[in-house]
Ligand binder design. Structure first.
Ligand code: NAP
Length: 485
């Protein structure tokens, strides 16, 4: 931490009503690369969450009433501060999450890009006029902010998962309370410090840090003052929280787990497919919701494809995120390593073949070697569960129909990718894949101008793009009558 240029970005208290609030007890934030305690952070209670919601509720009317151009300017100031402090924010993120520093800085820029996008969109919340049935009436549609938004976010993108939600919410005129993951609270708190410096008014952006996710979640999903709840995390917890929101009929957005297929047809540009796959599979050591989980390769090219993939994997450097030129950092914790190991060894026991990796760097180490396994099939847990680790699991298919059927044989529907040079096939397969996002000859699909989100049990709602702003707006219909008198 001594390496931070701006030490005041290291905050350890919860933040609401524009002030920092300590708690009776603290919890430790651990660096997954070496087990060091980086900081001790306020372990806030449900009462604190209620206070944060009260602060957001109090601030709502004033924030919603600000001209969109003013909200836009404040968001842009926040975005600029994130970019000015990109090095410090990146370092904090790497220390608490583990990803390589270049990726962490990339995440800060990515989060900031949502702030810029939504700052601009704030000025384009257009309504509608609709021809009325009767001559003495006019029909007008306006859009208004939904109200207080509460969010719960995961550890794998400690900055961006908050930025994507908060930027849209604030742009729309909503106020915001977030509970970040307990493993990675420091990035969220640094964002609050910069929101404060940007002049975002008290109560508009609030952060509650806690180890009692259930207690905080109960408040955020059940308090009547919260109009909308936005969650990014596992499908299991998302389902539970959606149920909890039903009691007060909140608007809900869910960004849940994925099980992305990456299909390579025999007519694909193999080198381009390998490049796309490496980006999609190994970013954040495989710990992203849109990471490739199943690599489906047409039977006739399995051999040359596997060879090229093994070569590419062999070039990956495993190490601490703060070391130079590292591609793969540690996994987030011991459970994550155990899960990866278990999925892999089940597959090997069922006949899959290991080509490289397949173990931790040392017993108890959180560094897991980039791994390649072939001969996988959809019955194996490695193809059904989210691996969330650096394991490339290859299976084969015979024809287009089989590829589509295999790709869709999952309850998830977040991201899918495929490579082909046949334009007809590109359309057919893109339309047939039951996913919210499809990369066609592209392994990285996420950016602020496009709608990010899933179908099936990967959730509903979109982040980014004009659709992302709609998630924070209510449509109101005004019927003006008696106009011909
Ligand atoms: P998780 O266990 O569901 O946790 C996510 C968040 O929910 C954390 O803040 C966690 O708090 C909180 N939480 C856990 N139990 C809760 C409860 N009973 N009530 C209220 N909140 C609760 O997921 P994760 O392991 O951190 O994140 C990985 C998952 O997120 C993967 O499935 C991944 O695919 C998904 N994800 C999806 C997207 C997307 O956009 N679709 C993006 C990123 C990640 P604690 O930290 O205190 O446990």
């Amino acid at each position: 931490m001594t390496k931070l240029t701006d030490q005041s970005l290291l905050k350890t208290a919860s933040y609401w009503q524009g002030e920092w609030h300590d708690a009776d007890s603290n919890f430790e934030v651990i660096n997954p690369a070496n087990g060091d305690v980086i900081a001790k952070v306020a372990d806030s209670t449900a009462t604190a969450a209620e206070k944060a919601v009260a602060a957001a509720d109090k601030a709502f009317a004033g924030w919603a009433a600000r001209p969109a151009s003013e909200r836009s300017e404040l968001l842009l100031r926040w975005q600029q501060l994130l970019l000015e402090h990109q090095d410090d924010l990146g370092l904090l993120l790497t220390l608490e999450q583990g990803k390589p520093l270049a990726e962490a800085k990339g995440e800060i820029a990515y989060g900031a890009s949502y702030m810029q996008w939504f700052a601009e969109e704030a000025k384009r919340v257009y309504g509608d006029t609709i021809p009325a049935k009767s001559g003495d009436q006019r029909i007008v549609v306006i859009k208004q902010p939904v109200g207080v938004v509460a969010a719960i976010t995961p550890w794998n993108f400690p900055n961006a998962m908050i930025a994507r939600k908060a930027a849209a919410a604030l742009a729309a005129g909503c106020t915001f309370v977030v509970k970040p993951a307990q493993l990675t609270p420091l990035s969220a708190l640094a964002m609050a410090e910069l929101a404060d410096r940007a002049g975002i008014p008290a109560g508009v952006f609030n952060v509650i840090t806690s180890t009692d996710a259930k207690a905080i979640g109960d408040v955020l999903t059940q308090d009547k003052r919260v109009a909308k709840f936005s969650f990014t995390g596992s499908t299991k917890i998302g389902k539970q929280l959606a149920k909890q929101c039903a009691g007060t009929v909140k608007r809900v957005s869910l960004e849940l787990g994925g099980n992305a297929p990456f299909i390579v047809f025999a007519d694909a540009d193999l080198d381009a497919a390998i490049d796309g796959l490496m980006a999609s599979k190994f970013r954040n050591a495989g710990q992203t919701c849109v990471c490739t989980n199943r690599i489906l390769v047409q039977q006739s090219i399995v051999e040359p494809f596997t060879e090229k993939l093994q070569q590419a994997i062999g070039k990956l450097k495993l190490g601490k995120g703060t070391d130079d030129n590292v591609d793969i950092g540690p996994l987030i914790n011991n459970d994550a390593c155990d899960k990866v190991d278990k999925l892999l060894h089940q597959a090997l026991a069922m006949g899959a073949k290991l080509h490289c990796g397949g173990k931790r760097q040392a017993t108890d180490s959180l560094f897991y070697f980039p791994t390649l396994v072939t001969g996988v099939n959809n019955d194996m847990a490695v193809a059904q569960d989210e691996i969330f680790g650096p394991v490339a699991a290859v299976q084969s298919f015979d024809d287009e129909a089989e590829a589509i059927a295999l790709a869709n044989a999952t309850d998830s529907g977040l991201a899918a990718y495929f490579y082909s040079r046949d334009i007809g096939r590109c359309w057919r397969v893109a339309e047939a894949l039951q996913y919210g996002m499809v990369g066609v000859n592209e392994g990285m699909v996420s950016n602020p101008t496009a709608p990010f989100g899933g179908v099936k049990q990967s959730g509903y709602g979109r982040e980014g793009s004009k659709y992302g702003l709609d998630d924070y707006l209510d449509v109101k219909y005004l019927c003006l009558g008696g106009l011909d008198k």
